[in-house]
Ligand binder design. Structure first.
Ligand code: R5P
Length: 325
C-alpha cells in the first residue's frame, strides 16, 4: 500500500442563528452558497434547542450570529450551535459575531465588576470555537481575550467611501466624539485627507448612560463635521456631540458608526437631533420603525463574505485592509 490517499476536499458551510437571518442570507449570496439548514426553537421553560439538518462532519464551519436584543438568548443559541458543530465533528469552527457581545465591559471600571467581554471569549472557546471574526471591536484588546485567531474587520472603508462620494471633502472635518475614538478618527482623516477635531467628554460613573460634554478641540467653524463612532446605542453621545459642534460654529453634522444598536429612545433622539444624516452598517438588524429618512444602512455582508472566503482558502484577511484602514 502506498500512502498516496487523495486529500478530502474542504467544504465551507455557513450557519446562522435566528437573530439576523437577512445578514446571513446576504453573506451566503455573496459567497454563492446556501445557508445550512438548522432547526432551532425554544422550549416552554425558555431553554433553547438546536440541531443541524445535514451532516457537518469535516466541514469548515462559519457560524453567524448578530447580538441584538434579546442578546442573552442569541448568545446562548450561538454557543449551543458551536457545541453541536463540535460534537458533530466539524473540522474547524469560526464564530462570526459582527457586533461582539458584551464588548463594552472589557475591564473592571470599579471593584467587584466582571470582565464580561473576556467571559464571552472564554464561553466561545469552551463551546468549541477555533476562530473568531468580528467587526470594529469596542476596544482592540478584546482580540487578546480569545485564545485563538481573531479576524478583526473594519467598516471604515465602507463608511468612509460612501461619504466620500457625497461630500466636498475640502469642507469636511472628522470628529472623534471622545478620547477613546481618536485613533479611529485619525484613520478616517488619513483616508479622507481632512482635519481632525476631538470632543472631550466625560461620563458620570454614578449615572448610567449619562454623558457630559466638554469642549471641542479643533476648528469646526463653517465645516461639515463627520462624527465617527463604533456604535450608536442611546444616541446620547452623538447628539450631544452635534450640539457641541453647532455651538462651535459647525455648518452641518453627519454621524457615521459601525453598529446601529439604537436602544431605547435612540431613534426619536436622532430624528429630532440636528444631524443631517446618520450612517451605520447592518451588523445588527435595523427594525422597520427605526428606518427613518436620515438613517442610511450600508451592508457589511460583502466584507464578511470576503473575509470568510480568505479564511477558508488560507488567504489573507489583512490584505482586505492593506492601506485601507
Ligand atoms: C463609547 O465609548 C462608545 O464608543 C460610544 O460612543 C457609545 O457607546 C455610544 O453610546 P450612546 O449612543 O449610548 O451614547
Amino acid at each position: 500500500m502506498t500512502g498516496n490517499k487523495a486529500q478530502p476536499r474542504k467544504t465551507l458551510m455557513l450557519f446562522t442563528g435566528r437573530a439576523h437571518p437577512e445578514l446571513a442570507a446576504e453573506v451566503a449570496e455573496q459567497l454563492g452558497i446556501e445557508i445550512s439548514p438548522t432547526t432551532s426553537y425554544e422550549f416552554a421553560d425558555g431553554q433553547l434547542f438546536v440541531r443541524f439538518q445535514e451532516s457537518v462532519r469535516g466541514c469548515d464551519a462559519f457560524l453567524i450570529q448578530s447580538h441584538t436584543r434579546p442578546i442573552n438568548t442569541w448568545l446562548m443559541e450561538q454557543l449551543l450551535m458551536v457545541d453541536a458543530l463540535k460534537r458533530a465533528s466539524a473540522k474547524r469552527i469560526t464564530v462570526v459575531s459582527p457586533y461582539y457581545p458584551y464588548a463594552r465591559q472589557d475591564k473592571k471600571h470599579r471593584g467587584r465588576e466582571p470582565i464580561s467581554a473576556r467571559l464571552v471569549a472564554d464561553l466561545y472557546k469552551a463551546a468549541g470555537a477555533d476562530r473568531l471574526m468580528s467587526v470594529d471591536l469596542h476596544t482592540a484588546q478584546i482580540q487578546g481575550f480569545f485564545d485563538g485567531p481573531v479576524d478583526h474587520l473594519f467598516a471604515l472603508p465602507l463608511l468612509a467611501d460612501y461619504l466620500k462620494g457625497r461630500l466636498d471633502l475640502s469642507t469636511v472635518t472628522v470628529v472623534s466624539p471622545d478620547s477613546g475614538r481618536v485613533r479611529v478618527a485619525e484613520r478616517w482623516t488619513d483616508r479622507l485627507c481632512t482635519p481632525l477635531a476631538i470632543i472631550h467628554k466625560r461620563r458620570d460613573p454614578n449615572v448610567p448612560n449619562e454623558v457630559r460634554m466638554f469642549e471641542v478641540v479643533g476648528d469646526v467653524q463653517g465645516r461639515t463635521c463627520i462624527i465617527v463612532d463604533d456604535m450608536i446605542t442611546t444616541g446620547s453621545t452623538i447628539t450631544k456631540a452635534a450640539d457641541a459642534l453647532y455651538a462651535n460654529g459647525a455648518a452641518d453634522v453627519i454621524a457615521a458608526a459601525t453598529h446601529g444598536v439604537l436602544a431605547g429612545e435612540a431613534v426619536d433622539l436622532l430624528k429630532n437631533a440636528r444631524i443631517s444624516e446618520v450612517v451605520v452598517t447592518n451588523t445588527l438588524p435595523i427594525p422597520p420603525d427605526a428606518q427613518i429618512d436620515k438613517l442610511t444602512v450600508l451592508s457589511i455582508a460583502p466584507l464578511l463574505a470576503r473575509a470568510i472566503r480568505e479564511v477558508f482558502e488560507d488567504g489573507s484577511v489583512t490584505s482586505l485592509f492593506d492601506g485601507n484602514a
